[in-house]
Design a protein around this ligand. Structure first.
Ligand code: C2O
Length: 549
């Protein structure tokens, strides 16, 4: 591979959306941020320079960071933030991943405008295991608040209540004609007839999983989270925050009607009003049409999307995803498991501090979220530094509970076990440990789907189901033949999912719900993977410019 150099200047810039202009954080003045394009095997070197007053880190979401954990990016996990006027060089090699990943800021809620695509092409002289696309187009979903998103989250944390919903979803940064004066801010995908496009979808929204469809057209899914899958046809894709989906998109030969609407809308089983249930639309426009009219796009038919709470559709989507699994791309799912974990993930509460009024659930508590009733407290120094220099004392403890402290009916309807304890606890894994992790969604405050993201690994999704996981009946049904490999998986609303990975990457690896409010409430933890014995099984020392806390 070659080395590709990028420079990211983080600057403020005025941007107008929904008829209001505001100053936002951008990479090089662009929103969404610029593309990173590389081939499998290439080294990517990005110098990030902070010209703003916020603390900044950038996470390369889904990049495995094999023995390059110092470049992973989550604030206070692998690094301290880059402060105003400072810079940091992220340096990593892309190993065994082809498809779409993305980058985003990983401090507080500033990823709302700091994100962009990472396009990973096959090695030079290698080709896709499908028809060569005529063109490749990244399509990124996002969210937009008229208010300052930092103010939105700070207010939520103070009151203990849920945050205000965003004002609109966006497609490549554009809200579409959701209000009259915003119709100029509509994403338009211009295509030629009879061509096959590769569309690269990224869900960069903060708090919503999305369905997406283009009227009168279908997709062939070929890759998720930079892993090839067995191709399958669908008219609607489902993509959770953090996830990516590549599809082949064949345009039609007839274009008597040269415009079609595309639309995205959330999937959620949360209470109505607690999430933005609006629809964002864009336009598919055929080229070379003589009857090209500037017809009012609002008059075009909307593609019909699954119901907001279509849990069965989502379960079916997840089980349709299978690794491609051929001789060139074998499926190396761990078969002998050395460590098994059971994590109950969901929302919860913590008591309201004295002399404060809290507006959270259950008699004025504060909203929290956790794993096995632990709400992870962010440290004030980076865990990876504490681990590497053996200064973990007072930073974290290694007693993360590997099963819930008391068993209960996780999908029961009576709220129970809502209280969490706040602590910075990790799980320590010996190098190369094979891990099986069952993630059980809890219904302590209503069942919701949680897109769980693991840094530093691609894991295999070996099973999923509804209700409570049954440790006798369910494991024999696991798919060890062609399970999909990815970095973010939805823990089903009122159900469970089982994943496997091999801890072959020394470092400290964050795992969290990619719904930003759940992450903020504490639905997060970290794995410490120890060095192996051989020189090439150890994490090298940090680069000299690693930011200090
Ligand atoms: Cu895309 Cu820790 O996140």
């Amino acid at each position: 591979g070659v080395t590709r150099h990028y420079k990211f200047n983080i600057r403020m810039r005025n941007v107008t959306r929904l008829c209001e202009t505001k100053s936002i954080l951008t990479v090089n003045g662009k929103f969404p941020g610029p593309r990173i394009i590389a081939r499998e095997g290439d080294r990517v070197v990005v110098k990030v320079v902070n010209h703003v007053s916020n603390n900044i880190t950038i996470h390369w979401h889904g990049i495995r960071q094999l023995r390059s954990g110092w470049a992973d990016g989550p604030a206070y996990i692998t690094q301290c933030p880059i402060q105003t006027g400072q810079s940091y060089v992220y340096n990593f090699t892309i190993t065994g991943q082809i498809g779409t990943l993305w980058y985003h800021a990983h401090v507080s809620w500033i990823r709302v405008t700091l994100y962009g695509p990472i396009i990973i092409l096959p090695k030079r002289n290698a080709s896709y295991p499908f028809v060569k696309p005529y063109k490749e187009v990244p399509i990124i979903f996002g969210e937009w608040w008229k208010a300052d998103p930092e103010a939105v989250i700070n207010q939520a944390l103070q009151t203990g209540a849920g945050p205000n919903n965003s004002d609109t979803f966006t497609i490549n940064g554009l809200p579409g004609p959701s209000i009259n004066c915003s119709s100029k801010e509509t994403y338009r995908l211009r295509v030629k007839p009879n061509k096959t496009y590769l569309l690269r979808f990224i869900n960069a929204a903060l708090n919503d999983e999305l369905f997406f469809r283009v009227a009168n057209h279908t997709f062939t899914v070929v890759d998720v989270d930079a892993n090839y899958v067995k191709p399958f046809r669908t008219d609607t894709i489902f993509v959770g925050p953090g996830q990516t989906t590549n599809v082949l998109f064949k345009t039609k030969s007839l274009f008597s009607n040269d415009k079609f609407l595309m639309a995205a809308r959330p999937y959620s089983t949360a209470a109505a009003g607690t999430f933005d249930n609006s629809t964002v639309i864009g336009v598919l426009e055929y080229d070379g049409n003589t009857s090209s009219s500037s017809s009012n796009i609002k008059a075009l038919p909307l593609p019909s999307l699954p119901a907001i709470n279509a849990t069965a559709y989502v379960a079916n989507w997840t089980s349709s995803l299978r690794s491609l699994g051929n001789s060139q791309f074998p499926v190396n799912v761990p078969r002998t498991i050395q460590r098994r974990f059971f994590f109950a993930v969901g929302l919860g509460t913590s008591p309201c501090p004295v002399n404060q009024t809290c507006q959270g659930p259950i008699n004025g508590t504060k909203f929290k979220a956790g794993v096995n009733n632990v709400s992870f407290t962010m440290p004030t120094t980076a865990l990876l530094q504490a681990h590497f220099f053996r200064r973990s004392n007072g930073v974290y403890t290694t007693d993360f509970p590997t099963t819930p402290l008391n068993q209960y009916n996780y999908t029961g309807t009576t709220p129970n076990n809502t209280m969490v304890t706040n602590a910075t606890k990790v799980v320590v894994l010996a190098f190369n440990t094979t891990v099986e992790l069952v993630l059980q969604g809890t219904s302590t405050l209503g069942a919701e789907n949680h897109p769980l993201h693991l840094h530093g690994f691609d894991f295999f999704v070996v099973g999923q189901g509804s209700g409570n996981f049954n440790s006798t009946a369910d494991p024999p049904k696991f798919n060890l033949v062609d399970p999909v490999q990815r970095n973010t998986v939805g823990v089903p609303s009122g159900g469970w999912v089982a994943i496997r990975f091999q801890a072959d990457n020394p470092g400290v690896w964050f795992m969290h719900c990619h719904i930003e409010i759940h992450l903020t409430w504490g639905l997060r933890m970290a794995w410490v993977v120890m060095d192996g014995k051989l020189a090439n099984q150890k994490l090298p020392p940090p680069p000299a410019d690693l930011p200090k806390c």
